[in-house]
Write a new protein. Structure first.
Length: 166
């Protein structure tokens, strides 16, 4: 079996249904979050049988950013690499958030709204505790490393299917 490799700038196609597909791009590794791949997913849906230019794809509006393992999605054959383009956007402006208030033990009620958030920028060694999410922090992306299936869910529905505090 050939070794699967990915590199920054790679663009991937994701089948949304039998008629359409969407794209995302691997843009950076976040050393502060398990050295995971950070992607930017684009809003526009394309007909399944079209092959737009990479410059058109990455010129689209970014729908969301996420941490994931791009190689795993390739191994699982749930997305495919369609090319590479050096332009990866403004990485320094990406803001992620996380809390330790997710997950529950058997018999416990999950925390529905956390007051214990922290935020960070890609490769920023300083996680900033902010408590309640306010202002620009409300727009921060969930910063946990998600599965390829989570990426697909979000690209299809606009949200993740897992439970996470608001």
């Amino acid at each position: 079996m050939a070794r699967i490799s990915t590199k920054i700038g790679d663009v991937f196609s994701v089948k949304i249904d039998n008629r359409s597909k969407k794209y995302f791009q691997y843009i950076v590794n976040d050393l502060t979050q398990l050295n995971s791949d950070v992607i930017r997913a684009f809003e526009k849906e394309y007909p399944i049988n079209t092959n737009p230019e990479l410059s058109e794809i990455i010129g689209d509006t970014v729908e969301f950013y996420a941490h994931c393992v791009t190689k795993l999605g390739l191994k699982m054959s749930i997305w495919e690499k369609v090319g590479n383009i050096k332009e990866v956007g403004e990485i320094s402006k990406i803001l992620f958030r996380d809390t330790n208030d997710y997950g529950v033990k058997i018999g416990e009620e999950p925390i529905k709204v956390s007051q214990n958030w922290y935020v960070w920028h890609v490769n920023d060694q300083k996680f900033t505790e902010v408590g309640k999410l306010e202002g620009k922090n409300l727009d921060a992306e969930i910063g946990i490393v998600v599965t390829p299936y989570d990426i697909i869910d979000r690209m299809k529905s606009g949200q993740y299917s897992f439970v996470y505090p608001g």
